[in-house]
Design a protein around this ligand. Structure first.
Ligand SMILES: [Zn+2]
Length: 466
C-alpha cells in the first residue's frame, strides 16, 4: 500500500536535523558466476494450508450484498488439525467493531456447512473458527460453505463504499496460513494484518445495471456484463469492485491489457495516468521480469493499495485529497507490488518490509528513468534515529514510525546494499526468477542476498535486519 507522504515528511525532518547515516562503505566481491548461482536452492516458506475458492456475490439494487463461499481446504502442514481458522474482515466494519464509523457496514452469516452438513462456528472480530468434527490429517481435504450477507461501510479501509463505488477487498472468508499453529493475527487498520497463500478462485457475480465489475481476474474486460463468472489462478487474494459508470482508458503493454478506470470521485485525466501506468509496467517487465497476467487494472479511486491483477490509486493512506504527482507516484508504487507481494509473497505482518521495501526500490528505478521535477524524493539514506531493525512484526513499532521503518529505512538500506554490489536490476531479476509464487521470509531473503551478492558474513545486514 501507499503511505509515502508520512515517510517523506519524517525523513525530511531527519534530513533537516542532519542525522544521516551512511553505513555502506565496504565493497563486496563481484556477482557469482552462473555455475555458482545454479547451486543455490530457493526455499520458500511453506503456506501450511491450501485453499480453493468458489465464490458467488450478488450486489442488489439497494446496494446490499449476498454471497456464498465454498472453500476446499487442504491440510498441507505436518500437524493434524482440529479446526479451521479464517479471516472474516467484513465483520471489522460493523457498528459493534467499528464504533468510530458514522456509516458502518454490516455482516451476517446465514448458514455454514462442513462437508455439506450444518456446523457450528465462532466469529470474534475478524477471526472465524470452524471446529472440525473429526481431526484433519496432513494431506486431507475438507469443504466449508458459508452463506452470508453484508453491506459496506463509508470511510472503511479498502473494504468500503466511496461515493457509490463499492470496493470489495478481503470480502470473503480467507483461510489463514498455518505454521506451528494457525498464523492469524488480530485485524488492525494500520498495515496489512492478514496473510494468505496462493489460491485458485472462481467468482460468479451479479451487478445492478449502471455498475461495471473490475477485479483480480483477467476476464473482466472481455465480459463487462451484469452477470458473469471470473477466474484467477495462483493468486494471493481476489479483489472485486463494483464501479458506477466508470470511464476507462486502455492500452497494450506487451501481451498485457492495461486499463485505467476513473471513478466519479476522481477527476484526473485517465489518459495521462495511463501513460504513467504503462511506463511503469513496461519498465518493471524489463527491470524485474515479466508481469504474469493478461490484464492489469488501475482504479483511480480508494486508497493506494495493491491486489493481484488490480490496484487502487485514488488517495494515499490518511490523506483526503492528493496531487496529480502523488497519484502518479502511488500508481507506480502499487504496480511495483504486482511483483513484490503479488508474485513473490511475504507475510505482511511479520515481514512487511519485504514487499514495501522492494516496491520503493522499484519506484526508485522508475523515478531515475522518468524524473519528475515535482516528485518528492523519499529515497534517502536512513537515519540513525531509527534504531530498530526493519523486520519486526507490525505491532513492535510505534504507530507513527511504522512507515518510516518498513518503507523508509528498509528501502534505504536495500537500495544501498544492491547498489554497492552492482546493479539493483540484476539482483531483482534473479530474486524474481527464483522466488516467483513462493513466500520469502527475512531469513530466506538474507540467505539469498548473501549468495547473490557474494557476502561472506552478516555485516551488511547488522544495522537493519534482526
Ligand atoms: Zn506499498
Amino acid at each position: 500500500m501507499m503511505r509515502k507522504l508520512a515517510t517523506i515528511l519524517l525523513l525530511a525532518l531527519l534530513c533537516l536535523s542532519g542525522v544521516w547515516y551512511y553505513a555502506f562503505a565496504p565493497t563486496y566481491d563481484p556477482l557469482p558466476t552462473k555455475g555458482e548461482q545454479q547451486s543455490f536452492e530457493a526455499k520458500g516458506v511453506p503456506p501450511g494450508s491450501k485453499a480453493t475458492y468458489d465464490l458467488q456475490v450478488t450486489m442488489h439494487k439497494n446496494h446490499t450484498f449476498s454471497a456464498q463461499a465454498t472453500i476446499h481446504v487442504t491440510n498441507t502442514s505436518n500437524d493434524t488439525w482440529n479446526d479451521l481458522q479464517l479471516y472474516f474482515i467484513p465483520n471489522m466494519f460493523t457498528k459493534e467493531n467499528a464504533p468510530d464509523l458514522t456509516t458502518p457496514g454490516s455482516a451476517a452469516i446465514q448458514k455454514m456447512t462442513l462437508q455439506h452438513q450444518n456446523t457450528s462456528y465462532t466469529l470474534k472480530k475478524d477471526q472465524l473458527i470452524i471446529p472440525l468434527r473429526k481431526p484433519l490429517s496432513p494431506k486431507e481435504q475438507v469443504t466449508a460453505t458459508i452463506a452470508y450477507t453484508f453491506t459496506l461501510p463509508e470511510n472503511g479501509l479498502r473494504f468500503t463504499n466511496e461515493e457509490g463505488n463499492y470496493y470489495l477487498a478481503q470480502w470473503y472468508p480467507m483461510v489463514a496460513t498455518y505454521r506451528n499453529g494457525w498464523n492469524k493475527q488480530p485485524y488492525a487498520r494500520s498495515g496489512e494484518t492478514y496473510h494468505t497463500a496462493f489460491s485458485d478462485f472462481t467468482v460468479s457475480y451479479k451487478a445492478p445495471s449502471r455498475y461495471t465489475v473490475v477485479s483480480t481476474s483477467a476476464d473482466d474486460s472481455a465480459q463487462k456484463k451484469q452477470v458473469g463468472t471470473l477466474t484467477a489462478r495462483n493468486v494471493k487474494e481476489f479483489f472485486i469492485a463494483f464501479l458506477q459508470k466508470p470511464s476507462v482508458a486502455s492500452t497494450k503493454v506487451g501481451q498485457t491489457t492495461l486499463n485505467v478506470w476513473r471513478t466519479s470521485s476522481n477527476h484526473e485525466n485517465e489518459q495521462q495516468l495511463l501513460q504513467t501506468a504503462s511506463q511503469a509496467l513496461s519498465l518493471f517487465n524489463k527491470s524485474i521480469g515479466p508481469y504474469p497476467y493478461k490484464e492489469l487494472d488501475v482504479v483511480l479511486g480508494n486508497i493506494g493499495m495493491e491486489y493481484p491483477g488490480i490496484v487502487t490509486a485514488g488517495t494515499i493512506y490518511r490523506q483526503k485529497k492528493v496531487s496529480l504527482q502523488a497519484k502518479k507516484d502511488t500508481i507506480v508504487h502499487e504496480i511495483a507490488h504486482q511483483w513484490f507481494y503479488g508474485v513473490i509473497s511475504n507475510d505482511p505482518y511479520h515481514d512487511a518490509w519485504l514487499d514495501e521495501g522492494m516496491a520503493v526500490v522499484a519506484t526508485r528505478l522508475y523515478s531515475e528513468k522518468y524524473p519528475e521535477p515535482t516528485s518528492a524524493n523519499p529515497h534517502r539514506a536512513p537515519a540513525t534515529r531509527l534504531t530498530l531493525p526493519v523486520n519486526l512484526p507490525l505491532n513492535a513499532y510505534p504507530a507513527n514510525l511504522q512507515s518510516a521503518y518498513i518503507y523508509g529505512k528498509a528501502s534505504g538500506y536495500l537500495w544501498n546494499l544492491l547498489q554497492k554490489n552492482g546493479s539493483p536490476e540484476t539482483f531483482l531479476q534473479s530474486y524474481y526468477n527464483r522466488y516467483r509464487y513462493k513466500e520469502v521470509s527475512s531469513q530466506e531473503f538474507k540467505r539469498f542476498a548473501k549468495h547473490a551478492l557474494h557476502l561472506e558474513n552478516d555485516d551488511a545486514f547488522r544495522d537493519w535486519l534482526r
